[in-house]
Design a protein around this ligand. Sequence first.
Ligand code: FMN
Length: 342
Amino acid sequence: MLTDRKDEHLSVVLGKLHKTSGKSTGFEALDFVHCALPEMRLDDVDVTTSFLGKRISAPLLVSSMTGGPKRAASINENLARACEVLKLPFAVGSQRVAIEEGGIGGLNLNLRTLAPSVPILGNFGAAQLNRGFGIQEALKAVEMIDADALYIHLNPLQEAVQPEGDGDWSGLFEKIVAVAEALPVPVAIKEVGSGISASLARRFGEAGIAIIDVAGAGGTNWAAVEAARIEDPDRARLANAFADWGIPTAQAVYGARAACPDATIIASGGIRNGIDIAKAIRCGADLAGQAAALLDAANTSPDLLIRHFETTIQELRVTCFCTGSADLLALKTSELQHRNGL
Ligand SMILES: Cc1cc2nc3c(=O)[nH]c(=O)nc-3n(C[C@H](O)[C@H](O)[C@H](O)COP(=O)(O)O)c2cc1C
């Protein structure tokens, strides 16, 4: 049943069958101040950075996605191949079924063989920690794909509107922290499109969780995705009421950075292109993550993914050039204006 549901999610997002969030990321309200005289060579713009101890070619991460086992296997393989060529990190979708039933959906060490040099992140939902998952399952998730870190995702809205969702979120903060303390690789915390508030980011930061992916509002909204597949009209109405819910990504990034000055902050949720990545970096993120915007390519071929990434990275490089920023450090202090002039 879970596998069917994951496959339906994939079909809904690929077929663009869901109403997109009426809320935007907040990046559209921000404009870089154009630099008419960059005084550098475009080819010398350096957007390389490090993540999880590895050098990567750009601050761009493939956010967790999944599907039914068949499609997930080819998506994961395409991602591994493309990310290895371009030296980009990627996260797999939820490993819950693979943990419960053995490494399915391409979630096995073949992934590491295809992508030996880039950071790979595992993934499962926090709600599983109230359903029997603990450190053993977290270790299994990491070892199954030789992951560099493990994402634990927070998706209370999706669970609340899903007819078969997990409503018991009591005591989860302590359980997440206990897994993070026991696991030999870092735990990264992420939302799935409704954002992480500054106060929650601070709690995680103070508890030693040093990677926070805000996954804010403005892109994929899981209430809207669920509404598109729920047959009961009353439940669909409930889900649709939350289609605009959440903290816009730009606001969540500002908040998380202010709350956790030393953490690795990942901006995701509605990242459309390299200009959004640049704005996210300028707002305080270290990396930006994309899911829905690259799903079509991930579902097609490594070559299409490579083309998608190359264009996105070039957009980031041009943004650096046209703000007079030679690298990401310079971009962080480039001039940014609110579109309404504030
Ligand atoms: C088809 C699909 C499947 C997803 N599955 C997962 C998942 O298994 N675990 C998870 O943490 N997030 C999952 N996500 C959420 C994304 O990682 C991301 O946080 C969210 O989609 C917002 O980013 P976007 O606006 O770029 O899509 C999924 C997203 C999509 C589009």
